[in-house]
Write a new protein. Structure first.
Length: 90
């Protein structure tokens, strides 16, 4: 049985795979292959999901937020607004 959260996480993983094929975004804080830097700024778009990224090779610890428009943003995991948003999305 697939839950809504599992389906959403699967869709986020699919978005990550698409990003790995070379599609990037214009803003520095947006996701590309993995988060190599993070932003402390609060995201103004509507956030619909998140994924935790752990430090590995060039990637840093981050929370990757997915917005309603499909954009992925790398955010600093210990920012108060990030922790609040993660709790809201659980």
């Amino acid at each position: 049985m697939t839950t809504c959260g599992t389906l959403t996480k699967s869709m986020l993983l699919l978005a990550v795979v698409v990003a790995l094929t070379g599609q990037g975004f214009a803003a520095d804080e947006k996701f590309y292959k993995c988060c190599t830097t993070v932003s402390r700024e609060e995201i103004t778009e509507t956030i619909v999901d998140y994924m935790v990224q752990l430090r590995k090779k060039n990637c840093v610890n981050a929370i990757i937020f997915q917005t309603e428009s499909g954009n992925l943003y790398c955010s600093k995991h210990d920012e108060p607004w990030v922790m609040t948003k993660v709790r809201q999305l659980r």
